[in-house]
Design a protein around this ligand. Structure first.
Ligand SMILES: *Cc1c(COP(=O)(O)O)cnc(C)c1O
Length: 395
């Protein structure tokens, strides 16, 4: 069977694990060794030069980490992958690999907060030209790309306003000018969206979120064309933001249930979005699965599920109202992360946009009473009841 014929659920469980099973173990071992010894100096040299498979030093490669990379490779249908200690570790490694003084990157205003900081604070310091466009204005993004673009960096759905970008359309525009097209696929996961099949060169994840799925390990990973991955690996090997083997093991274990979790989270999120859409305390629900969502048609075209992430805006537009509602929720952690088995809620003022002032958030179109809701795998009736009870404090 070719990889294409194997289902995603099967790949989650078995993918990438073939090589590293030791002494009949059925699970991938966690190799904590910092270094690898060689009695044959010729072999040592071949491995060190990358002419033969093997490991030399833990900052560069590690068997457990390699299995994690192989699994995401299978799931995204990629040639190669490399990882980092966090999502930001892989994002910064990628951007600084391909962007030097005089280069130009085109992206959107609604990227993840840390990514946005690289665009607005760090890349300008080294004379990289950064063009950040209105996230859903595809014509404007295409115009910027046409003016020259070395890297086109996209993210969809976005955080926290859940906007949708047409990946096929913009990847084609990027390709037309020779740009490297990179997509942050953290929110969608490879179960719901596969950017490489839509024309992207590279797809990356904060594995901390859905891939791991249990909020107990940090990690980042990027996969795609082998020549590009080799360049990113080389930079990451030197900057030293290496994924720890124990984290790689936890992420691997989490990924075994990725397809199962996402299926349940897709269904739960849709049910919550529909439930809140007609709720008397709610002004607006942002979820691409709702027909009323601005990006619904694009989402239907490029996603096989609408994902676990939604946001809703309270009619009472104060941060105090958000505090009252969140405090009453029993089945939601009020926390900065997302993508775990448990439901997690948080407002932009304490999570994604904590570094902005209220006025800045308003200018960015982010209401103070927006609550980001990362839907978990709990029973849907319990989640609905919990929300109803919490929202009743505003009645
Ligand atoms: C969390 C997140 C990141 C950063 O990942 P870390 O693992 O926290 O460094 C990047 N992109 C998106 C969309 C995220 O949600």
């Amino acid at each position: 069977m070719t990889d294409k014929q194997i289902g995603k659920g099967t790949k989650c469980v078995w993918g990438g694990e073939e090589e590293y099973l030791m002494q009949n173990a059925t699970q991938v071992p966690v190799v904590h060794s910092v270094s690898y010894g060689y009695s044959d100096i010729d072999q040592w040299q071949k491995v060190a030069l990358g002419e033969e498979k093997g490991h030399i030093y833990g900052r560069n490669t590690n068997p457990t980490v390699e299995v994690f990379e192989n699994k995401i490779c299978k799931l995204e249908g990629a040639e190669a992958a490399t990882s980092a200690s966090t999502g930001m570790g892989i994002i910064s490694s990628t951007l600084f690999t391909f962007l030097h003084p005089g280069k130009r990157v085109v992206s959107v205003k609604d990227t993840y907060g840390g990514t946005n900081k690289i665009f607005t604070e760090f890349l300008p310091k080294i004379n990289v030209d950064v063009a950040l466009c209105d996230t859903t204005d595809h014509d404007a993004i295409e115009r910027e790309i046409a003016q020259g673009c070395d890297v086109l960096y996209l993210e969809t759905p976005t955080n926290p306003t859940i906007k949708i970008i047409d990946l096929e359309r913009l990847a084609a525009a990027g390709k037309a000018v020779g740009a490297i097209v990179v997509v942050d696929n953290t929110f969608a996961t490879p179960i719901n969206q596969q950017p490489l099949t839509l024309g992207a060169d590279l797809v990356l994840h904060s594995a901390t979120k859905f891939l791991g799925g249990h909020a107990d390990a940090l990690g980042g990973v990027i996969c795609g064309k082998e020549n590009l991955i080799k360049e990113i690996y080389h930079y990451r090997e030197i900057n030293g933001a290496t994924l720890d083997p124990m984290s790689a093991y936890l992420l691997l274990r989490g990924m075994k249930t990725l397809a199962l979790r996402i299926e349940k989270q897709n269904a739960n999120a849709m049910a919550i979005a529909q439930h809140l859409d007609s709720h008397p305390q709610i002004k607006k629900v942002l979820y691409p699965g709702l027909e009323s969502h601005e990006g619904h048609d694009i989402a239907r075209k490029q996603m096989s599920g609408f994902g676990a992430m939604l946001s809703f805006i309270l009619k009472d537009e104060s941060l105090a109202a958000v505090g009252k509602v969140i405090a009453k929720m029993n089945y939601a952690h009020a926390a900065a992360n997302l993508g775990a088995v448990e439901t997690i809620v948080g407002p932009p003022a304490t999570t994604s946009h904590v570094e902005c002032s209220a006025a800045e958030r308003k200018a960015m179109g982010i209401p103070e009473s927006l609550i980001r809701y990362s839907t978990g795998i709990e029973d849907i009736e319990d989640l609905k009841d919990d929300l109803d009870r919490a929202l009743a404090v505003l009645a």
